[in-house]
Design a protein around this ligand. Structure first.
Ligand SMILES: [Zn+2]
Length: 253
């Protein structure tokens, strides 16, 4: 079975509702390719390595979390960007990108998928009442120790996090934001949450964690944002019957 690239666009837009979300890049079809779609590759970032692997497996479309045309970036198609886009055009591959819509989707989103992997329950937006929140809060069914959380992250993401410990022996409440969400740690600490998880760390994040007594775990931007694209690919395969392959291009950051 195959569908057209515009049918795939409509399907993705209906699932991820990008029109409701203010973002830093265009969400949806970013580079148009062939009309007929039989095979899809999903991945975190539309890097050259992902595109090359998509070419190798004969993909008609690539769907990523990090696409192109970010606010503030040069609009010129030169250098690395020229090479990436010319590979897509040469092989007539469609590129779809969904940034914040793929972070916040209540089932398929990076935040929801990370919570599922870590066994977090009672999910709520950190900023209560904000259904578009990119930061979430929840709890574990039973309080766990900071070391147990460290191990849980290590096992489920296959990556040892950077843990800045706080003066709390038990973790019950937790807030998280996949990717580069370290700027939200203060907001979490203000709500007296026991631990904050995100992908990246900045120098000041450590001081905030220490001075506001909140456990902090930096688990990798890439590692925390793998699962949305993967879940979206499975969703497409289940609903549209289109073969969908998740390709994990290793990235330690
Ligand atoms: Zn990201």
């Amino acid at each position: 079975m195959d569908i057209t690239n515009f049918q795939l666009s409509n399907f993705l837009d209906s699932v991820l509702t990008p029109e409701k979300i203010k973002d830093f890049c265009p969400n949806g079809l970013q580079v148009e390719g062939k009309t007929s779609i039989n095979k899809i590759v999903t991945g975190v970032t539309a890097s050259q390595a992902l595109i090359d692997q998509a070419v190798d497996v004969g993909a008609d479309a690539i769907i990523v979390h990090h696409g192109y045309f970010w606010k503030g970036e040069s609009p010129c198609l030169t250098g690395m960007k020229k090479k990436r886009i010319s590979t897509l055009l040469k092989h007539d591959i469609n590129l779809y990108a969904y940034h914040l819509p793929l972070d916040i989707h209540p089932e398929l989103g990076n935040n929801a998928q990370l919570a599922k992997r870590l066994g977090i329950i009672d999910l709520l937006p950190l900023e209560e009442g904000n259904s578009q929140s990119v930061v979430m809060k929840g709890r574990f069914p039973h309080p766990i120790t900071p070391e147990e959380l460290n191990q849980k992250i290590h096992l489920s993401l296959n990556k040892l996090p950077l843990h800045e410990p706080a003066d709390k022996n038990q973790i019950n409440t937790i807030a998280w934001c996949t990717g580069g969400g370290q700027g939200y740690i203060e907001q979490a600490a203000n709500q007296n949450i026991d631990a904050f998880i995100t992908g990246e760390v900045s120098e000041q994040t450590i001081h905030i964690a220490r001075e506001m007594n909140i456990h902090f775990y930096a688990c990798g931007h890439h590692a925390t944002e793998r699962y949305g694209a993967k879940a979206l690919g499975e969703h497409i395969q289940n609903h549209l019957g289109i073969e969908s392959i998740f390709i994990d291009v290793h990235n330690p950051a």
